[in-house]
Design a protein around this ligand. Sequence first.
Ligand code: DI6
Ligand code: FE
Length: 411
Amino acid sequence: MGTTATWDALWLDVHLLPLAPADPAATVRDGALAVRDGRIAWLGPRAALPEGATAASTHDGGGAWLLPGFIDCHTHVVHAGQRSEEFELRMQGQSYEAIARRGGGILNTVRATRAASEEELLAQSLPRVRNLMREGVTTLEIKSGYGLEPESEARMLRVARRLGRELPLRVKTSFLGAHALPPEYAGRADDYVALLCDHMLPALAAQGLVDAVDAFCEGIAFSTAQVERLFETARRLKLPVKLHAGQLSDLGGAELVGRFGGLSADHLEEVSDVGIAALRAAGSVAVLLPGAIHFLRETRRPPVAKLRAAGVAMALASDCNPGSSPMPSILAALNLGCLLLGLTPTEALAGATCHAAAALGLSGETGSLEIGKAADFALWEVERPAQLCATLGFNACRQVVYQGRCRPLPG
Ligand code: DI6
Ligand code: FE
């Protein structure tokens, strides 16, 4: 009575996996973690708690593992409709690429998304975001790219911003106007890129809707020269860049990301040694997306051993989208990252936390348990953290804390 609390909240009877990038395997058994003003104020072994420290509230972790909140750093969660017809076609042997070239694929979702109102888009996206939140996601990247004309792209980004405002999680947006060529620009790709550079991107950026600029650099999408024009516009607007690079073919996307000092190059099923060296030199993150490999029954793999040897940070994300990765699950990405890509469980967990933070330019803010960072974390009823990767289809999340506040697990 009468003592002034030094902390707002204190978690006891927890084991900690801080996932600091310098030593992602380090753990603290029987630890404690304190929060003040939404930030991590102290963490360490319970036995080392400063004498006389008090907290306004104390939480009994019940022996759970406490990890940083997950960061899903590559998603297309905002979209309308679904594409299970294409799943059936692929199961009959048709390829994702062939379906796309016939005007299906991404353009199917473009039709559905253009037709949806802002409220419909929000309502259809919410269950996916809630699923990710139930799995301990506290930061979510959301791309546009299913509008491909000014008003629909703006609507997607407004919905992404609303999700970040109305739900207790951090949302980062990426403008992906260069995702596919809209039908009205068939045969005029350069004109569409000019529209993106001269009108759409500057206007959306001026409305505060864009945190980063992405593109699909691919035979079925945009060339490196076209992406380079877009990246130059991003640079003028002082927006960071990232790229869907080497999913189906290597056009030199990783080199381009390196040249622009981009946040990340994503997919990388196809990437050259020169591309890997460029990412390393620029400090760009390789974002690996095993969901797309799983759903497309892709036989190529990103060169994890080479990326590891080169010291390129590897993040892991769901790529949640209606075509190549209908998987609003970071836990599934952890499991597939290990089984399909050969990541170790520690690499997978670091990939969905500290390295994912780097891929969003948020390293100083979240992604690891370190004093001063946002108090974004989740408690897991597992015996060992590797269990999160070793299991599929089960969610052991017990509690999620976002910016120091206990978040109700969405029903
Ligand atoms: N690569 C992907 O994995 C998603 N976009 C992209 O450029 C797939 C998008 C879709 O099929 O709807
Ligand atoms: Fe993607």
